[in-house]
Design a protein around this ligand. Structure first.
Ligand code: NI
Length: 215
């Protein structure tokens, strides 16, 4: 019997045009204390933002987001400003992983908003127009809370293709759900469609979402 059987099918393929998701710990000193300050700041922002409370009541049931009212937190909230410096460092690492040639320009955070999700609060599929890199940082992620679900950007192009097997690896699945974890962040290219399934637990999940532009 020959030990050299036919090659595994994967050995005869190569992956092109990958979609890179950046997944890292913030890496700041005293991240637990920073997260406590961020959560406290988030609660102050939510309590003071009556227009945002009204907006969230109809558009963000079960939660509060400053998305429609205070979307420049990196300029007005001191702890978020501190967070934004770390996030910018990560965004530049991500740009390196993508082999982007920034041509003497940089990645600049254009907006940053906070989301406090209570039980049942979710955010349906969307992308982030006008930005190049988007992401989320988790300041508070209770056990069992919902993560971030990404959709294969080529989904609309598959037409007659068979579905993927249930045991396909993450990189070949049409949807991938990554967990929310306090002190960690995800970055992705802004055209990548994503959603947050409804938070199934009672405890609130507190996250900061943001966009970077190339300028
Ligand atoms: Ni988003």
């Amino acid at each position: 019997m020959s030990s050299a059987g036919p090659a595994e099918p994967a050995d005869n393929t190569r992956a092109l045009f990958p979609t890179l998701i950046y997944d890292a710990a913030l890496g700041a000193r005293g991240v637990k204390a920073l997260n406590r300050e961020l959560v406290a700041e988030a609660e102050q922002i939510a309590a003071a933002d009556e227009a945002g409370q009204d907006w969230s009541e109809s558009r963000y049931p079960g939660g509060y987001t400053s998305y429609a009212t205070l979307d420049q937190l990196q300029r007005m909230a001191p702890t978020v400003q501190h967070l934004a410096r770390h996030l910018t460092r990560h965004a530049l690492h991500y740009a390196e992983a993508l082999h982007w040639d920034l041509q003497g320009r940089s990645l600049v955070m254009s907006d940053c908003w906070v989301s406090i999700m209570g039980q049942g609060c979710g955010h349906p599929g969307h992308l982030h127009p006008l930005a190049v890199v988007s992401g989320t940082y988790y300041a508070q992620a209770p056990k069992g809370t919902s993560g971030l679900r990404f959709e294969d950007p080529r989904l609309a192009s598959f037409m007659a293709a068979p579905p993927r097997a249930a045991d396909a690896p993450d990189a070949l699945r049409p949807h991938v759900l990554l967990p929310a974890r306090a002190g960690r962040l995800y970055l992705f290219e802004s055209w990548l469609r994503h959603e947050v399934p409804p938070n199934p637990v009672k405890e609130e999940r507190v996250s900061f979402s943001f966009n970077f532009v190339w300028e």
